[in-house]
Design a protein around this ligand. Structure first.
Ligand code: SF4
Length: 355
């Protein structure tokens, strides 16, 4: 239905909305899908160059489905949350096998694909087919929670259900695509997380948070919880021509399918561990300061240890999941974020043939 809220947003959008985002030109279901997945947890300005490179390399579902996963992860490198890229790849293959290469045109069909939740499915239906289907991404949650004064953490089922209802109430038939883009833009540009620009907001006169001064308090923050801490050792083994040893991680688990340094259990002696695992002798060069990487469910404390392969010892052979690579070649692979950082810090300028 057309509410006063949606009419005012549409008027504002015509004048002040963003109309030149790359995925808005030719909003096919495929382009909307890729952009929506990239935009999860990631800023528009970061996504734009990734989206351009992705579209150039994978212009349609068929090309994406046929590509090696490593190519997809390589292009995703730096965007984080790599499960998104693995799901995209799996979903593309499923679309080829089960839907003849076209994205399904129903919510249930879309939601059955890996990595597509209700909001992403809604965005594909609305933005590419102009169908009046609600979405509830982070920006929309924030605008609705503030405008309607919805209290409670949106991760709670009850609160989420209330926000979905509100979202559905406002979507205008016939102008669903423009409205959806408008509310997302309002959240991204005016109703921002910190210091929203209420003076310029087209719906300020009916906004509960504005009226009551609750902009900073809404949406309600997730209740604090302390994360458990895990420890690991990264064995950064280098050979005498400057190559480094990387291993491809299993598909399941953290950094699934990405390349990483061999990980030694923290209680083991790393030199003995390498010799047991790879049958080669190494010398300890240095231990770098511990660094921390935080996942949704735990902190990972990493001790990076730099080791040199002994010239007179047996070499470690390339074997499926373990490869010797120059730092330059390594950085074109899909790498776990701390691994990329360590390669830059430790190996990029150490006189290695960086190709
Ligand atoms: S008035 Fe302020 S808090 Fe309310 S929707 Fe607009 S920008 Fe957000």
């Amino acid at each position: 239905m057309n509410s006063d809220f949606s009419n005012r947003l549409l008027d504002w959008f015509r004048q002040h909305g963003r109309h030149d985002l790359p995925w808005q030109a030719d909003p096919t279901p495929y382009r909307v899908w890729i952009s929506e997945i990239m935009l999860q947890q990631t800023q528009v300005s970061t996504v734009i160059p990734y989206f351009a490179r992705f579209m150039q390399r994978f212009p349609d579902v068929a090309v994406l489905a046929a590509a090696p996963l490593d190519d997809v992860l390589g292009l995703w490198s730096g965007l984080g949350y790599y499960a998104r890229a693995r799901c995209l790849h799996r979903a593309a293959q499923q679309i080829m096998q089960q839907h003849g290469g076209a994205l399904p045109r129903t919510l249930t069909g879309l939601e059955a694909l890996p990595g597509i939740g209700r909001s992403t499915a809604g965005a594909i239906m609305t933005l590419s087919h102009n169908l009046p289907v609600p979405i509830l991404d982070g920006n929309v949650k924030r605008v609705l929670a503030r405008h309607h004064g919805v209290e409670g953490w949106p991760g709670e089922k009850r609160v989420e259900a209330q926000l979905w209802e509100l979202s559905a109430e406002h979507v205008p038939a016939g102008q669903a695509a423009a409205y959806t883009q408008a509310i997302m833009d309002l959240g991204a540009t005016l109703c921002t997380r910190a210091r929203p620009h209420c003076d310029d907001c087209p719906v300020a006169q009916t906004c509960r948070a504005h009226e009551l001064g609750l902009q900073e308090a809404l949406p309600t923050k997730r209740p604090a919880r302390s994360l458990p801490v895990k420890n690991t050792v990264f064995a950064m083994v280098q050979n005498h021509v400057g190559q480094i040893l990387l291993q491809r991680r299993p598909e399941s688990g953290i950094w699934g399918g990405l390349w990483s340094f061999p990980e030694c259990p923290p209680e083991a002696d790393v030199v003995d561990w390498i010799s047991d695992k790879f049958g080669s002798e190494v010398e300890l060069v240095s231990r770098a300061p511990e660094l921390r990487h935080t996942f949704t469910h735990f902190h990972l404390n990493i001790v990076p240890v730099h080791l040199l392969l002994r010239r007179d010892g047996l070499a470690i052979r390339d074997q499926g999941a373990a490869q010797w690579l120059t730092p330059g070649a390594a950085t074109s692979l899909g790498l776990a974020a701390p691994v990329r950082r360590l390669i830059d810090e430790f190996f990029s300028n150490r006189g290695v043939a960086n190709t």
